[in-house]
Ligand binder design. Structure first.
Ligand SMILES: [Zn+2]
Length: 316
């Protein structure tokens, strides 16, 4: 995958860089059982996938709990946070003063580290809730490896947490970028184009296909920028930038309400912008802001292949 290096860090919401996943502990049942009861361990209880938080407008924190006196049916070992074991489970246990929020409601007020851990807990709990039975023989599956594997006792099928790769792309041409509006968006919001990668397809091919299907625009080779876990419920967004080879738009009415080319001048000033941009926790917003700031596309992007090929030929 060609990669475009950007000066600013990638989007960090819903990532877990501070968490040591400690996969070697997942198979050590005795050690995990001891950690689950260790008073230093941290427990996070999600109620219907909502996260428990404390705090106010100045910022939120996750409402961690000490180990429960009775372990839940499905304790999930998330990893180690500064050498403290972190567990999550579905349940109603919160300290007084805490409240439940949808992760996306809370995310922008949580520290990125906590938003990331909550995202992992949410994604794993959603996966368990939707994979209770074997897809091959239909029997109830059993949980293994601290909640990171389910196995069928009947046919032996091993099932791993599901992550669906999706591509998202900032399409540009000259001083304009292409943003579109889905009927599912909040009023006035326009965003970059996105879609799922299909079986047997590379992310780059998915970018080219999605943009052609949704707006009828042909692209030059897409360049990878950054990725973001998107646990709503289980996607991994692969962010690209790509130059449009054509500009005429043919909007697919089944997917989109509208699509438009916008200049930097139109989008730069938040007070005068004709549209709302996507939220700051999204890679879509990161791609748009990076383009507005001139960080993408890379200044030499797309023009290096010929000189490189010549150099390679000379080397022979
Ligand atoms: Zn089975």
């Amino acid at each position: 995958m060609r990669r475009c290096t950007v000066a600013a860090p990638g989007p960090h919401h819903y990532e877990t860089p501070a968490l040591e996943r400690a996969a070697w502990l997942r198979r050590d049942g005795a050690r995990l059982a001891a950690l689950a009861r260790d008073p230093r361990s941290l427990w996070l209880w999600l109620r219907e996938l909502q996260v428990p938080v404390v705090g106010d407008g100045a910022g939120l924190r996750l409402a961690w709990q000490p180990p429960p006196s009775r372990l839940p049916e499905l304790p999930l070992f998330l990893g180690l946070l500064r050498e403290r074991a972190v567990f999550a489970a579905a349940g109603n246990v919160v300290p007084s003063g805490a409240r439940w929020l949808e992760l996306r409601e809370a995310a922008l007020q949580l520290a990125p580290e906590e938003a990331g851990v909550a995202a992992l807990a949410r994604a794993l709990l959603h996966w368990h809730a939707t994979h209770r039975h074997c897809g091959r023989c239909g029997r109830p599956t059993q949980v293994e490896e601290g909640g990171h594997v389910r196995r069928c006792p009947g046919c032996g099928l091993e099932i791993h947490p599901r992550t669906d790769p999706a591509v998202i792309v900032l399409v540009h041409r000259g001083d304009r970028c292409l943003l579109a509006r889905s009927p599912r968006f909040p009023p006035g919001m326009y965003s970059t184009l996105a879609g799922f990668v299909e079986p047997g397809e590379s992310p780059e091919a998915a970018v080219v296909r999605e943009v052609w299907e949704e707006v009828g625009v042909r692209l030059a080779a897409p360049v990878y920028v950054a990725a973001q876990p998107w646990p709503f419920p289980q996607s991994l967004m692969l962010g690209f930038v790509a130059r449009a080879r054509t500009v005429r738009l043919r909007v697919d009415p089944l997917e989109l309400e509208d699509a438009c080319w916008f200049t930097r001048e139109e989008l730069r000033d938040p007070a005068r912008r004709p549209v709302r941009l996507p939220r700051r926790d999204s890679i879509a917003r990161y791609l748009i802001e990076s383009w507005l700031a001139g960080r993408i596309p890379p200044s030499a992007g797309g023009s290096k292949s010929r000189p490189r090929r010549k150099a390679a030929l000379r080397a022979k």
